[in-house]
Design a protein around this ligand. Structure first.
Ligand SMILES: [Zn+2]
Ligand SMILES: [Zn+2]
Length: 306
């Protein structure tokens, strides 16, 4: 049986603009029409869902932020284990609205593009020079990303443990196609997306539940296999309309996101990374047309339990 529930967080809701609130309301309507293996019920309580994996949207814009809507960033929680999945600009502030960042257990940075990783700099400085020195965070990255980030972050600090200073805070662990790792009760599995730079798709599993995040991808790559049978596919849907009309092939249309979710047998689909000037309600409608079932929209401040 698969349950999914939605709620918004008051601290975030206070900051959302009228537009975001309309999007959230749209997302909140989704579960009442959903049907799959079991009932889906909206919830404002966490009580019945303690064994589930919770996904909170910190940012969901495609490519760049707009007021109240940062680009890619998500908080995944399960039984006290917290993972920050992508660090788009603006999502570190949103993360602090949810948890003390020192309580993070791990970080996933899917790729080097700025809308997915730039806020790792603020996090690094907060942890290195802030009130919680000495904490080290497993940081799962694709090949090549560590060198790019370290180039920005090193600032002549003394080397404490012999490595580069950044490693005192960020314990970079390179993941690739077929890689997996354990983080507390969570299992993280990785695949490589179809994107111009090394890019990780990630599947997070616990207690028989799973959510899979596409990161940025075209229709190829390892996403479809990684997402097979997943309870929730969080999938980029940068563009609208026919795939042949895409201005850039290494992203998906909403319809393509729905096709991938249907082919993978995903229990539910949430679309994200929509180009900021597009009408997201059209993206949802196009994804529903190919998925064949109601589709949710990723909106900052919205949480789902999978
Ligand atoms: Zn992106
Ligand atoms: Zn990208």
């Amino acid at each position: 049986m698969f349950w999914i529930g939605y709620k918004t967080h008051n601290r975030v809701a206070r900051r959302t603009n009228e537009c975001s609130e309309r999007f959230a309301a749209h997302a909140l309507e989704i579960p009442s029409h959903h049907s799959c293996d079991g009932p889906l019920e909206p919830t404002t309580s966490t009580a019945p869902y303690t064994s589930l994996v919770q996904l909170t949207v910190l940012g969901s814009n495609g490519t760049y932020g707009t007021p109240g809507r940062p680009p890619s960033g998500y908080l995944v929680e399960h039984n006290g284990t917290h993972v920050w999945m992508d660090a788009g600009p603006g999502t570190f502030a949103a993360l602090q609205d949810q948890i003390d960042p020192g309580d993070l257990d791990g970080i996933v940075l899917t790729h080097v593009h700025g809308d997915h990783c730039l806020d790792i700099f603020g996090f690094y400085h907060a942890m290195r020079f802030g009130r919680q020195p000495g904490l080290t965070f497993p940081t799962y990255v694709p090949e090549g990303l560590e060198d790019r980030l370290v180039g920005f972050l090193e600032g002549g600090e003394p080397r404490i443990r012999g490595g580069h200073p950044v490693s005192d805070v960020l314990d970079f662990q390179v993941m690739g196609a077929g890689s997996s790792t354990r983080l507390g009760p969570l299992t993280l599995r990785f695949a490589i997306a179809e994107h111009p730079v090394p890019t990780l798709c990630v599947r997070i599993e616990a207690d028989g539940r799973s959510l899979t995040f596409s990161a940025d991808t075209g229709v190829g790559g390892g996403l479809a296999e990684l997402a097979e049978g997943t309870n929730l596919l969080l999938c980029e849907a940068t563009y609208q309309g026919a795939g042949v009309d895409k201005p850039w092939p290494h992203h998906l249309t909403a319809g393509e996101a729905g096709e991938i979710a249907r082919a993978a047998g995903a229990g539910a689909l949430m679309v994200t990374h929509i180009w900021p000037t597009l009408d997201p309600s059209r993206s949802v409608a196009e994804a529903e047309g190919t998925f064949g079932r109601p589709v949710a929209l990723a909106v900052p401040g919205v949480s789902v339990k999978v």
